[in-house]
Design a protein around this ligand. Structure first.
Ligand code: ADP
Length: 374
């Protein structure tokens, strides 16, 4: 276990491409941190700098209290699991898992084993220790029945589990994951996500994980780091990001379906503010501070519900039933709204019919620059 601390970390690739800028992050002992953001936002580059696979252009990274900027990847006490988990095709699952440790061990010479019984005994003991570690990791991941199989005899999910097992066997201070589940189908991804979460709890290990999938981030993380254009937008627990996104980017990136935004002109009424848009006028929550002429309110789809009369009036464009709930698209004057409602409520609606939606108890307000204002 170890802390990972990034201080003003930046990366400029040869050729001048600035991929990461001013990242400050303190990953605590045993914490599961997920870096998330759209493709190209710099999350892999950040992780690869922690791993030592990319040089750190600016700032410092420390692992377990030691600055690692100039320390080789093999000396950083980390293990990394990639999207393209390269297993050795000619080795069994068991050998694949043991290989990292055996390779380290091989530095001793066979000749020395032959000449010194004590040395040979020590080598045998170490072999047994490695086998015990492999067996323990295989047990954690349900891989024991597969230890003698070859990688080609495994499903995609099993192979990914072997790749995770290989990392566990090395017992690193920090686990690094770079989109490890991206190649798996949706159902398997969900299952592996749960397994990783359980594994994290059992191992109590520090983990850093990169994904572009916000649902995966929400499901896995103790804390999430949202990135955009090489910059950290917000760091917080899944519920902090969901309940109080600091800007419109985070607000729209986190949460499914995406948050609705209604943009309009700010009207001041003493200390109070209101937003006027094509479909009406809404008084903004007390405590909203706005200095811009334009603003937007953000409404989560699952906080919209049909009412006899309400501030949002329009026509139901489509209803998609999803089992216990349904997604409803409503065209109002000036803006389309997505509502996620219980199935029973959706059954009472008709496509093409008029509808009114009530004012949710929670709305998010963003100023004209997209910064949170409530
Ligand atoms: P993400 O993981 O968020 O998709 P990356 O960290 O891989 O993003 O990339 C961040 C930015 O850096 C992208 O614009 C990408 O094109 C660029 N980049 C990544 N690797 C290199 C490289 N080796 N050389 C130059 N630019 C790179």
């Amino acid at each position: 276990m170890a802390e990972v601390i990034l201080k003003s970390v930046g990366k400029v690739y040869p050729g001048g491409m600035r991929a990461v800028q001013g990242v400050d992050l303190h990953v605590r002992h045993g914490e599961f941190i997920v870096l998330v953001g759209p493709s190209g936002c710099g999350k892999s580059t950040t992780l690869r700098m922690v791993a030592g696979l990319e040089e750190i252009s600016e700032g410092a990274i420390s692992i377990g209290g030691r600055v690692v900027n100039d320390i080789a990847p093999s000396e950083r006490d980390i293990a990394m699991v990639f999207q393209n988990y390269a297993l050795y095709p000619h080795m069994t699952v068991g050998r694949n898992m043991a290989f990292g440790l055996e390779r380290r061990r091989r530095h001793g010479s066979l000749l020395r084993s032959l000449l010194s019984p004590a040395y040979a005994a020590e080598r045998r003991a170490e072999s047994a220790r490695i086998q015990a570690r492999v067996d323990e990791a295989a047990g954690l991941l349900g891989l024991r029945p597969l230890l003698q199989r070859m990688p080609r005899e495994l499903s995609g999910g099993q192979r990914q589990r072997v790749a995770v097992g290989r990392a566990i066997v090395r017992d690193p201070a920090v686990f690094l994951f770079d989109e490890p589940l991206s190649n798996l189908d949706a159902k398997l991804r969900g299952e592996m996500r749960t397994e990783l979460r359980i594994l994290h709890r059992r191992l109590g290990a520090t983990m850093m994980y990169v994904t572009h999938d916000q649902e995966e981030a929400m499901g896995l993380a103790d804390r999430i780091v949202v990135m955009k254009d090489g910059l950290v937008q917000q760091i917080g627990s899944p519920s902090e990001l969901y309940d109080r996104p600091v800007n419109r980017f985070v607000a729209s990136f986190i949460g499914t379906p995406t948050m609705n935004f209604i943009e309009g002109d700010v009207e001041r009424d003493g200390n109070a503010h209101a937003l006027r848009w094509a479909g009406g006028r809404i008084t903004l929550p007390a405590g909203t501070t706005l200095t811009t002429a334009r603003a937007a309110i953000g409404i989560r789809p699952d906080t919209l519900a049909p009412v006899a009369d309400g501030p949002f009036r329009g026509t139901v464009q489509s209803i998609e039933f999803l089992g216990d709930r349904a997604d409803v698209l409503i065209e109002t004057s000036g803006v389309r709204l997505n509502a996620r409602v219980p199935t029973d409520s959706a059954r009472a609606m008709r496509e093409g019919a008029s509808i009114a939606l009530g004012m949710p108890s929670v709305v998010h307000v963003f100023d004209g620059d997209g910064q949170r204002a409530s």
